[in-house]
Design a protein around this ligand. Structure first.
Ligand SMILES: [Zn+2]
Length: 355
């Protein structure tokens, strides 16, 4: 096999992630929450340009928290003036927007300390629905502050870690021997270490849209091989989450551009389990069941790898687990995939244990 194919696959995965980050209505997790994919500056400017291009239906706004149900802190919004979209924080799994429809929601930085929830009165204008437009300078100021606060938090974290353990960074720089490989969704609401109570050095992390393990994705396959053969992780966890926007998007019969090849992995899982899934009338329940089935399928993909099969044959680890995180209660659910039985079933066809 040429080197080009995995390379293209990785590029495709990244492109899909960027596309997803700009597709604002795939889930309640906004694209702007996925700032790992793109800079907030680029996102905001793109939002602003498309909003102006589509005027008067779209305007850039700054909504006080009290005007948005469910918001308890300061958030910067790009919002449609269309009444159907004015309550943009309340829908959980809306359909993706048409490709030509500019649409931006939920760009929020709840803990930004110094940006007022009210725009400066001297430089604002109002739209047709009394909501003030945010001026360019306020956006620039906001971006400077939201960038700077990360470094403030970093310095505070260093101080706290050093206070608790003066040798913390001496140990951290000595090397890593993580116990876990975590393959999770890029969704911003699922910080792996925090929800699992893990410390720096305990988990090797890979995240992408909908926690996929694609055989030709050089990124994830390299992560698995390195984690198993060099770091010798003891557990590999594929962790999905209920309410996954990537899974919901895969259930939407629509051309999503560069996302198509990425989401097709999930659509293939749906096809394999269509009888069970089609029998679930409630769309949310059907989506959440697909989340579970997708996690199990990605566990199979992990187990199909030579690194896992050969390591387990020789050392009896790593063990592969399928978990699902509940956004509504914070709990992890173990799907109990039955690793050994799954391995035996897979090795009937995909046996790469040449030891
Ligand atoms: Zn997700």
């Amino acid at each position: 096999m040429s080197n080009a194919l995995p390379g293209r696959a990785t590029t495709s995965a990244l492109a899909a992630a960027v596309k997803y980050a700009f597709s604002s209505s795939l889930s309640s997790s906004s694209p702007a929450s996925s700032l790992a994919f793109s800079s907030s500056s680029t996102y905001i400017r793109t939002c602003h340009k498309t909003a102006r291009a589509a005027s008067p239906f779209y305007t850039r706004r700054f909504l006080p928290p009290s005007t948005v149900p469910g918001m308890s802190s300061q958030r910067f919004y790009c919002s449609s003036s269309d009444a159907n979209n004015s309550n943009s924080s309340s829908h959980s799994n809306p359909p993706p927007p048409p490709p030509t429809q500019p649409h931006c929601h939920h760009l929020h930085h709840p803990s930004t300390p110094t940006l007022s929830s009210q725009p400066p009165t001297s430089t604002t204008t109002t739209t047709t629905s009394e909501t003030p437009v945010m001026p360019d300078e306020a956006i620039s100021q906001y971006l400077r502050q939201s960038h700077a606060r990360v470094f403030e938090h970093n310095r505070a974290w260093v101080t706290e870690q050093t206070r608790k353990d003066p040798d913390f960074f001496v140990k951290l720089s000595a090397g890593q021997k993580p116990e876990y490989l975590w393959i999770g969704c890029s969704d911003s609401r699922i910080p792996a270490e925090q929800i699992a109570g893990l410390q720096p050095g305990e988990a090797f992390i890979h995240r992408n849209i909908a926690n996929l393990v694609n055989n030709v994705d050089l990124n994830v396959m390299s992560v698995i091989q390195y984690a198993v053969r060099h770091l010798e992780v003891k557990h590999i966890i594929v962790c999905g989450h209920y309410g996954c926007g990537g899974v919901a998007a895969a259930m939407t019969p629509q051309d999503l551009g560069i996302l198509n090849p990425w989401l097709r992995n999930i659509r293939d899982v749906y096809r394999q389990h269509s009888a069970e899934l089609d029998a679930i009338a409630d769309k949310t329940a059907r989506c959440n069941r697909l989340v579970e089935l997708n996690v199990m399928e990605q566990c199979r993909n992990v187990i199909k790898s030579a690194a896992v099969q050969q390591s387990y044959s020789k050392k009896k680890y790593p063990i592969v687990h399928g978990w699902v995180f509940g956004l509504d209660n914070g709990l992890l659910k173990d799907l109990n995939i039955g690793f050994e039985n799954m391995l035996a079933e897979i090795q009937k066809i995909y046996n790469l244990d040449d030891l």
